[in-house]
Design a protein. Structure first.
Length: 586
């Protein structure tokens, strides 16, 4: 199977894996030496088929029916449980897991592709298995041998699902305020009695699996105050002997979107819990799961934006209205310049987001498996830099894209029957969960840029600069000089950004969102240059063989340079103005 043999969203994923060389880069890593791009493309194609044939028909059903709660039990929408049975039997939960535990040992890149495709077809359903890989990573890396032996197998197979139980009433993103208690029952073996209330727990109760593994942040009696005193515990719905644990769903939320996903309030009433990792080091273990979740939320954003765009493009090709300049009669609205801008903006945003998403996923695979400690450390730093950008910018683009798609539909988009309004409602939540996008911007600025004096960012921007230089040397690829000028301006400004963050953190954080936009914009400049150049070279080979010319990515890059790069200039100007006059942030 080749890039050209795959269709739709899967085709563009195939471009990234095949033509752009992500698949080839994976094969440089020890666990994937025998993996070939054909295998990856087969995984993508099959995930696309499952999403299209099984999940997509349930999307509107889930939105219409929602979940129901009664006496602590949750019933998911019609067809959800059967879809999960098929998902599990096909082996999708085990895709990236350790083969010694029954997993298939495929890279994170492959798992991200599955997440993108399933979430685009049905985000509410995808949220049930969405946290599974993060929970597996957390227990696998930090759990004791006894804990791994007892609980990992059913998570790998998907026999059980998992949750991430952080949020409490009054303690959302400020984890230091968590009040859930964990009293020691057997400290030597890490067994506790967990008591407290958690809210906004996705899949906290459901009828897809007989057991649910809750990963719960709580505070032991000897814990210091603040987030540094939190520990992480595995609290199952059912204990190893099959008995029901003292954890119950006390209700579900009624939401504007993702109605088929059960968002639960949970009561832990002396529930048996098992320590994961070391006492008071819960956040270290939790962030192994959180970072995985953030990457997958970004993938969900790409999937949502892709499907919203496809719906809008299909409608625009069929809807005939008015004349376009130079035509004597009405034309499909897709031919009208204003609608073309709406559609092309969505397409370019989706394809650009995909370039960033898979580069970040590749960095995670390299961080796990590169040949040398130095290469692993460098890849881990890049993954840490890109993860908040992926989570924040790709989910923001998903909501903007769904809004633009609704605009293409006009008045028809505002009525439920066309289905596009569901995408707009569903696309709003990824901007909020797993740390709001504002928190991602703070994380990027303080922890990923300022903490190492911009070293990791400058290394990444050196790669961007190399791509821009290579692209501008090709006559057929015009416009990247402007991006180089923008890059130079930001590199010159960066020391002042870091100095402001060190001298006046409050003033700096007022423009953390703009810093995020600049990092995103410059990253996209390099990625679009790489994509356009890769297509150009592939096109030269194809032209030699068939006479055909490929210019899909070149045209997308030109659109991005003309209409989107100026947004990076604007964000940079705001940052510069804040540096000059930080008083309004004080």
């Amino acid at each position: 199977m080749t890039y050209a043999e795959v269709r739709g969203a899967a085709q563009d994923i195939a471009f990234v894996l095949d033509t752009l060389g992500v698949g080839e880069a994976l094969m440089q890593l020890a666990p994937y030496r025998e993996l070939d791009t054909t295998t990856l493309l087969q995984v993508v194609d099959e995930a696309a088929r499952f999403s299209r044939e099984v999940l997509a028909p349930l999307n509107a059903v889930g939105d219409r029916e929602g979940c129901t709660w009664r006496d602590g039990e949750v019933r998911t929408p019609t067809g959800f449980a059967e879809a999960y049975r098929q998902y599990r039997e096909a082996g999708w939960p085990s895709l990236p897991c350790d083969p010694s535990l029954g997993g298939q040992g495929l890279p994170v890149v492959a798992q991200v592709a599955v997440q993108e495709l399933t979430a685009g077809a049905n985000l509410a359903w995808t949220m049930y298995p969405g946290i599974l890989h993060g929970a597996y990573e957390c227990v696998h890396r930090f759990g004791s041998d006894a804990l791994r032996d007892a609980w990992l197998g059913p998570l790998v197979s998907g026999e059980w699902l998992a949750t991430m139980a952080l949020t409490e009433p009054g303690a959302g993103s400020d984890l230091g305020q968590i009040r859930t208690r964990a009293e020691w029952v057997d400290a030597r073996n890490g067994i506790t009695s967990v008591t407290g209330e958690k809210i906004f727990i996705s899949g906290g109760e459901q009828d897809l699996t007989p057991n649910i593994v809750h990963l719960v942040l709580a505070r032991t009696p000897d814990a210091p105050a603040g987030s540094g005193g939190l520990s992480l515990f595995l609290v199952p719905k059912r204990l190893a002997n099959g008995e029901r644990n003292a954890v119950h769903c006390t209700g579900i939320e009624h939401k504007m979107g993702i109605r088929g996903s059960a968002t639960c309030s949970m009561a832990f009433e002396g529930a048996t819990g098992y320590l994961i990792g070391r006492p008071h080091r819960g956040l270290e273990a939790m962030f192994a799961m959180m970072n995985s979740a953030r990457l997958h939320v970004g993938a969900s954003g790409v999937g949502l934006a892709q499907n919203a765009y496809e719906m809008a493009a299909r409608h625009a090709r069929e809807r005939v209205q008015s004349r376009v300049p130079g035509a004597a009669e009405g034309a499909p609205i897709a031919q009208h310049p204003a609608v073309w801008r709406l559609l092309e903006g969505q397409r370019v945003a989706v394809e650009g987001a995909r370039l960033l998403l898979y580069r970040a996923a590749l960095a995670i695979d390299e961080a796990h498996h590169a040949d040398t400690p130095e290469a692993r450390t460098k890849a881990d730093a890049l993954a840490a830099l890109l993860t908040p950008v992926v989570k924040a910018m790709l989910t923001e683009q998903a909501f903007d894209g769904a809004s633009a798609a609704l605009q293409v539909f006009g008045g028809y988009g505002y009525v439920e029957e066309t289905g596009i309004s569901q995408y707009l409602r569903d696309a709003r939540i990824p901007m909020i969960y797993e740390g709001t996008n504002e928190i991602q911007a703070i994380d990027l600025m303080l922890r990923k840029v300022v903490r190492d004096d911009g070293a990791t960012l400058l290394q990444w921007l050196a790669w961007v600069r190399a791509q821009l230089h290579d692209a501008r040397a090709v006559d057929a690829l015009k416009g990247f000089d402007t991006a180089l000028t923008t890059l130079d301006a930001w590199v010159s400004l960066l020391p002042s950004v870091i100095a402001l963050a060190q001298s006046s953190p409050r003033a700096a954080l007022c423009v953390a969102g703009e810093v995020m936009r600049v990092v995103h914009g410059l990253s996209m400049a390099g990625l679009w240059a790489q994509a356009a150049l890769a297509e150009h070279r592939a096109g030269q080979r194809a032209q030699t063989a068939t006479g055909a010319v490929q210019d899909h990515k070149r045209r997308a890059a030109r659109y991005w340079l003309k209409f989107e790069l100026p947004q990076t200039h604007r964000a940079m100007a705001i940052v510069a103005a804040q540096i000059q006059d930080p008083e309004m942030g004080e």
